[in-house]
Design a protein around this ligand. Structure first.
Ligand SMILES: C[S@@+](CC[C@H](N)C(=O)[O-])C[C@H]1O[C@@H](n2cnc3c(N)ncnc32)[C@H](O)[C@@H]1O
Length: 306
């Protein structure tokens, strides 16, 4: 629980605890700087309770098009090629993904568009689980474009104070060993060798990772996401607040003009929604749209006349 006191003091104490927790971990300096920046922003904004701050952020987000008001551009009736469409249907039938068919098709077409537009940058996914969405991305991209997929490839990490009851209830079921997987399968978090299974899935779908510039990176996003390589598309599917926030903070500055985030869980999990609203409120140069039921956040393209 957070200690009582002025909101900025409370945030400072959270930061202090996190800094102590992070001691000895890679990227410590940068993470500390990010947390300190969040404190400074809050101090500049004059504080306010966390609830007030979030309510204001949500109100602002709603009026600027975030929060479900932007109309969904819909999803195409089929993916861009028969091969990708067949894979979209197959990953659903084989219970390899939590995404809906429209969301998978919209993701496939989004990757196809960035290839046609020759957008520079790599593709990243944070939250791969059984690999369904990652396989669709892999089949839609050019074989040369690097694709880095981050996941625990094990049990999902615990949520935090910023996540709501919905998340904590879901996590309690998972850690109690009571979560069932898709269609009654073993829940992916309980599998012995999820990384091995996902690697084999890429082989089965004809996109072996070692021949298609694909890297599967096991571990906590907080530990494994680093670097400054430009990003064309970031598929963020990590469910919880901190899992989402770390992606926004570390991928955001690297997204190229015209590149985008696809946020899987904005309408599903409270913590993800809070992270998106906190990060993007008062941040210029991004626009929001919906495709196939998912929130897309696009960095403004460079002005050719500038
Ligand atoms: C909903 S699943 C991803 C679903 C997948 N994209 C699909 O097609 O079904 C979320 C995944 O994110 C992972 N995850 C969440 N937070 C994480 C974190 N902080 N670090 C590493 N993995 C995380 C979970 O372990 C889980 O595998």
């Amino acid at each position: 629980m957070l200690a009582m006191g002025a909101p900025v003091d409370r945030l400072k104490s959270v930061v202090g605890r996190r800094v102590r927790r992070l001691a000895g971990q890679p990227d410590l300096q940068r993470r500390i700087a990010e947390l300190e920046k969040r404190v400074a922003t809050l101090e500049k904004a004059g504080g306010g309770s966390t609830k007030e701050r979030r309510r204001a952020a949500r109100k602002k987000a709603r009026t600027s098009g975030l929060g479900g008001t932007a109309p969904d551009r819909g999803a195409p009736a089929a993916a861009q090629t028969a091969e990708v469409e067949a894979a979209v249907v197959a990953v659903k039938e084989q219970r390899l993904t939590y995404l809906t068919l429209p969301a998978l098709r919209a993701l496939a077409v989004t990757v196809d568009e960035l290839e046609r537009d020759e957008l520079p940058g790599i593709i990243v996914e944070a939250g791969t689980a059984l690999g369904g969405s990652a396989v669709v991305i892999a089949l839609s991209k050019s074989p040369e474009r690097r694709f880095v997929a981050h996941d625990m490839f094990g049990l999902i990490p615990p949520p935090g104070d910023e996540d709501g009851d919905d998340v904590h209830e879901r996590y309690a079921t998972i850690v109690a060993g009571r979560s069932s997987g898709l269609g009654g399968d073993t829940y992916y978090g309980y599998r012995e060798d999820l990384l091995g299974e996902v690697t084999a899935t890429f082989d089965r779908f004809g996109v072996p990772v070692d021949q298609n510039a694909i890297e599967l990176v096991p571990g906590l996003f907080q530990d494994t996401i680093s670097g400054d390589e430009p990003i064309a598309l970031a598929h963020v599917d990590g469910d919880w607040y901190e899992s989402t926030m770390v992606c926004l903070e570390r991928f955001g500055p690297r997204i190229v003009p015209g590149g985008r985030f696809v946020i899987d869980d904005y309408f599903s999990w409270s913590g993800c929604r809070t992270a998106v609203e906190e990060y993007f409120t008062d941040r210029d140069g991004w626009s929001f749209e919906q495709r196939g039921g998912k929130v897309h956040i696009v960095r403004a393209a460079a002005d050719p006349h500038a």
